[in-house]
Design a protein around this ligand. Structure first.
Ligand code: ZN
Ligand code: ZN
Length: 305
């Protein structure tokens, strides 16, 4: 059998406006204010260039030097990203374009009060959680308890040995908090679509053997969702297009479009987000299935989108 190639993706890389031309409603569940210093007008223009209608802003926690922030090196989600107040301000400025989540360093004494304050002020979820903690540690479980109480989703950055460690045990959290929707993101989440994944490799290449941890969590747990954003999401789907077609088909009710790119272009190969939008279009030619990944799945788990 001839292997798949991404015809539309390469066309998209040459054309500035392929996404917008389709006139589809696209929700981006993963973006940031001040991403590596990107200014707000450039950010707003970037989202429009990608053809995104609504964007979820994921803020950082406090700027502190703790073990859980790698002594401050992971402050600002390790990308100079601003905190919840800034995300709320941009949402207040453009209420039709943005919603915001809240965040705090989970092992701070006042983390619960801080998250509760923002959830009462309109935050639609918690994350992105990107801290040097075990994913099933006490501080993380305190966050999951708050998510349960407020009925909001939690978005986690899984990165082997660095953030939300112990992904192989995460199913215990999925079982313990069945009413909390967990949205998985980043290298270790996407590497583990492959049953033969080597955990120390962050951007694995080549053919995928179905049945990896992530594949199983998405199949077996109604509260596990996938955030397609970033180079990790894009790599996981472009490394083996035959596998990706099956993966999109079997998880079309669980995957959400996200971008998490820091560029100011919003198109071409400089923008991983617009490339992911094109991959979804290519992999899900059926408009009804595509609409789920572009918008409807996110609406199911993020109230008020
Ligand atoms: Zn991010
Ligand atoms: Zn981009």
């Amino acid at each position: 059998m001839k292997r798949r190639t991404l015809i539309k993706l390469s066309a998209c890389a040459l054309s500035p406006c392929v996404n917008a031309e389709e006139n589809e409603y696209i929700i981006d569940i993963h973006q940031h204010v001040n991403f590596h210093g990107r200014r707000n007008p450039d950010f707003v223009a970037h989202q429009a260039a990608m053809g995104v209608s609504k964007t979820v802003l994921l803020p950082s926690g406090a700027q502190l030097s703790t073990e859980s922030t790698h002594l401050g090196r992971s402050n600002g989600l390790a990308a100079r990203i601003f905190g919840t107040g800034a995300a709320k301000r941009l949402t207040d400025q453009y209420p039709d374009k943005f919603v915001f989540f809240c965040n705090e360093i989970p092992d701070l004494d006042n983390a619960d009060r801080e998250l509760e304050k923002w959830l009462k002020a309109g935050a639609k979820g918690i994350g992105e959680l990107k801290f040097n903690l075990e994913c099933d540690s006490k501080p993380m479980q305190r966050v999951y308890e708050i998510a349960k109480e407020f009925e909001v989703p939690v978005l986690l950055h899984f990165q082997h040995g660095k953030y939300n460690k112990g992904f192989e045990r995460f199913h215990k959290m999925l079982e313990k908090y069945p009413t909390v929707n967990f949205i998985g993101h980043a290298q270790t989440f996407w590497g583990n679509i492959d049953a033969k994944h080597e955990q120390s490799v962050l951007y694995p290449k080549g053919p995928v053997t179905p049945g990896g941890l992530t594949d199983r969590f998405l199949s077996d747990y109604g509260n596990m969702w996938g955030d397609l954003s970033a180079g990790s999401g894009l790599n996981s789907m472009t490394r083996d297009l035959d596998h990706a077609a099956g993966f999109f088909d079997r998880h079309q009710n669980k995957l959400c479009l996200g971008t998490d790119c820091k560029d100011t272009v919003g198109s071409t190969d400089k923008c991983s987000g617009s490339q992911m939008i094109a991959v979804v279009r290519e992999m899900l030619p059926d408009a009804a299935a595509r609409k789920k990944v572009y918008a409807d799945n996110a609406k199911k788990i993020i109230k008020g989108l």
